[in-house]
Structures are given as C-alpha cells and as structure tokens.
Design a protein around this ligand. Structure first.
Ligand SMILES: *Cc1c(COP(=O)(O)O)cnc(C)c1O
Length: 396
C-alpha cells in the first residue's frame, strides 16, 4: 500500500470504517487489483452491490450513453427513463408500485413512513401510535431512526434519543411475532435472511408462517431485500424460497449495477396510495441515469441467467467449503452465493482469517467477530470457485 495516499484517508477522513490493508485501484468482473498489480478475487462484491461483476460492459455502455444524454432533472419533471424502469421492476417482482430512492437506508425509511401512514390512515390506528415490529440482529441501515431499533450496542451508543414505535422480537420465532402484535401494529419489518448479523437463515417455513400471521392480523409484511434480493440467494427474492409475497419490499445494492446507488421501496397499491405529492421525495431518487442503470441491471440479471447461476454456483461453493477439513470452521451456511463461514472463536477471529485471505488474494470481510462472508459476483464460474477454494483451503 502506498502509505502517503492511505495516510490522506486516515488524516482527512472520519474513522468510521476499519478497512483491510489493501488499496484497490482497478476491477473487472470478479477480479480486483491493487496499485502494485496484485490480483484479488472479490468475494465481498461491495456487500452484494457488485452482483453483476465490476465494470459490466453493458452497464458501462448504457451509463456512458445516458451520461452524454440526460443525467439529472429532479422529479419536478417527467423523464423518458423512469417509467420503463418502474414498469419492469414491478412486473418482475409482482408488486404494484415502486418509489425510487438512492441508498438502502432511504428505501427502508420510505417503508417505515409508508407503514406508519398506512397504519394511521387506513388501518385507523390512533394518530402517532403506530408500531412496527422488527427482529433482534436486524440490519436496515444507518439513519438515526433505523439504528434506534438495532440490537447492536455499538450502532446506538451515544446516538440517542431514538425514535419511538418499534418493538423488537427474536428472529426466526413465530410465537414471538404472534405475541408482539397489538391493535396498533402496522407492520412487521424483516430480512428474509439476516445478512449483517452473520448470514443467518431462519428455520424452514418461517417466512410463510409470518406471512399468514400478518394477514390474519391485518399487519403489513415488509421484506428488506436490499442485500438478499436480485438473485443473491439463488432466487429473484429471498422471499421466493417460501413463495411469500410481502406487502412492501426494499431493494438496493445490486440494483445500482455496481456503479451507483439505486434503491426502491415497492408495495401494494393500497400501501403506496398513502403517498401524495409533497409527502416524500429525494433530489436524486429516480434520476434518468439511475433509472437507466437500474433497468439494465435487472435485464442483465435475467438475460444472463444469473439467478440460476447463483443457485448452482452457491450449492457448489458451499459443498466445497463444507468438505474442507479444518478445525477453524464451526459452520458453513447461507443460500445461493450468500455464504457465511463461522470461525471457531478460540481458534481465530474472523478478521484474522480475512487478513490471511487477503494475503492469498481473496477479498472478504468479517461480519461481527466470528463470521467470514463469501458473496462473490453472481457471474462467477465453477473454475473460478475452484481457484478461490485453493486459496481459502490453504488459509483455513
Ligand atoms: C446494506 C443494507 C441496507 C442499507 O443500505 P445502504 O445502501 O448502505 O444504505 C439496508 N438493509 C439491508 C438488509 C442491508 O444489507
């Protein structure tokens, strides 16, 4: 690493991240390179935002063309790009309507506002008393409202006071959901697989039972698929594993084609009807560049059969990881190419493993103390997984 350039980041940047000691200067497909030309396999994919691989030629071509044509207008005007993007994503996800934002956290904020207003205006919950049920171990972003219902102490420490109206229950526990619902409950907000908490897959049938409980109680089921959506878990949405249709859906990360932030809150007609002009907005949300890239990202996902690839390569990769005879490995879990390897805490920390992987040319990042995440671009091949497994095997 060039110490002078890295020191600029350390000196002038806030220290809200603790990066691994590598300085990347270039990337293409599943590979990235540092300034000395050393090649790495990207098993992070920018927290799944680079699902199509780095610098996908079709994304770069469409983005470049659109940059030269029209990038930003604000929503004060119609553009010729937003409508087709929203139509495509609504048809694909079978949702009625979509509201474009930029980051995942903004999509979640949009969902929270929609749930509350739906609760007050349509379910007729007394004003200012709508409740939203969330899960322990959740990760929905970093805004002050969202961190207020995190169960992660560090995310909250010193950042209060927090927004009221959230009730937290254990993840994967349907009885807890039943008990937590009151006449003031507007929505249950959840991740179909918890990502940042360490790739936690809920028990089989959990999503389906949650859907049923929510329906019976006139509670909205909101699925945060910012990370699990768009093929990451081997189905278009992680909800598809159990044929669950949420009332609200958040997408982000991979929707930006690996080049810019694009997020959506999608919902039923009834839920989205609570938004009227002036209620909500975003200067950059739904801009023609983002809409162009978002539409192209979805088309690539479908045309290149990346959902099936995620499923098949995921099975292959998890099998290989499970076959590793290593006393460092406590558990291998996940779906599709959304994989967590839990490290025995008395053997090493996940960060120590990530540092060793880095030396071997594998980019990964720990989530919490004990889990190493493997979430490569969905374009990866079996041969490339073999190439990575040689390195991962030697480290573990
Ligand atoms: C990453 C993530 C978010 C937040 O997305 P940002 O673009 O970082 O704001 C929200 N929900 C889930 C499940 C995520 O993984």
């Amino acid at each position: 690493m060039d110490p002078i350039i890295v020191n600029l980041e350390e000196k002038f940047g806030a220290h809200n991240y603790h990066p691994l000691p590598v300085m990347l200067v270039k990337a293409k497909g599943i590979y990235a390179w540092d300034e000395k030309g050393k090649q790495y396999i990207d098993m992070m994919s920018a927290y799944s935002a680079v699902s199509l691989g780095h610098a996908h030629p079709k994304i770069i071509a469409k983005a470049t063309e659109q940059l030269h044509t029209l990038s930003l207008t604000s929503r004060a005007f119609y553009t010729n790009k937003l409508g087709p993007f929203l139509e495509y994503v609504c048809n694909l996800t079978k949702m009625d309507k979509a509201l474009p934002m930029n980051t995942g956290a903004e999509a979640v904020e949009t969902a929270i506002k929609a749930a509350r207003k739906w609760g007050h205006k349509i379910k007729k919950i007394p004003d200012n008393s709508a409740e939203i049920i969330v899960c322990h171990g959740n990760f929905h972003g970093r805004t002050s409202t969202i961190i207020g219902f995190s169960s992660e102490q560090q995310y909250k420490d010193g950042f209060g006071p927090f927004s009221k109206g959230f009730v937290s229950i254990p993840y994967g526990d349907v009885e807890a959901l039943k008990k937590a619902i009151t006449k003031n409950t507007a929505a249950f907000l959840m991740e179909p697989i918890q990502g940042e908490s360490g790739i936690h897959v809920p028990p089989d049938g959990y999503l389906k039972t949650c859907e049923k409980i929510c329906k019976e109680n006139n509670v909205l089921l909101f699925a945060d698929e910012v990370q699990t959506g768009l093929g990451r878990t081997g189905t278009l949405l992680a909800c598809d594993h159990e044929n669950v249709k949420p009332d609200g859906l958040m997408l982000g990360k991979a929707l930006g084609g690996g080049v810019m932030p694009v997020s959506l809150f999608l919902a039923s007609e009834e839920v989205m009807s609570v938004y009227t002009p002036g209620d909500h907005g975003s200067t950059f949300g739904g801009n023609p560049l983002a809409a162009t890239i978002g539409l192209e990202a979805l088309k690539i996902l479908m045309e290149e059969n990346l959902i099936q690839n995620s499923h098949d390569r995921g099975e292959y990769f998890r099998k290989k990881l499970s076959q590793l005879k290593s006393d460092y490995i406590k558990d291998v879990r996940g779906k599709g190419l959304f994989i967590g390897v839990e490290i025995h805490p008395h053997k090493a920390t996940a960060r120590e493993v990530c540092l060793k992987l880095l030396e071997q040319g594998i980019l990964s990042k720990e989530t919490h103390e004990t889990v190493v995440r493997f979430a490569p671009p969905l374009i990866i091949t079996n041969e490339q997984i073999d190439e990575a497994m040689e390195k991962i095997g030697s480290v573990l």
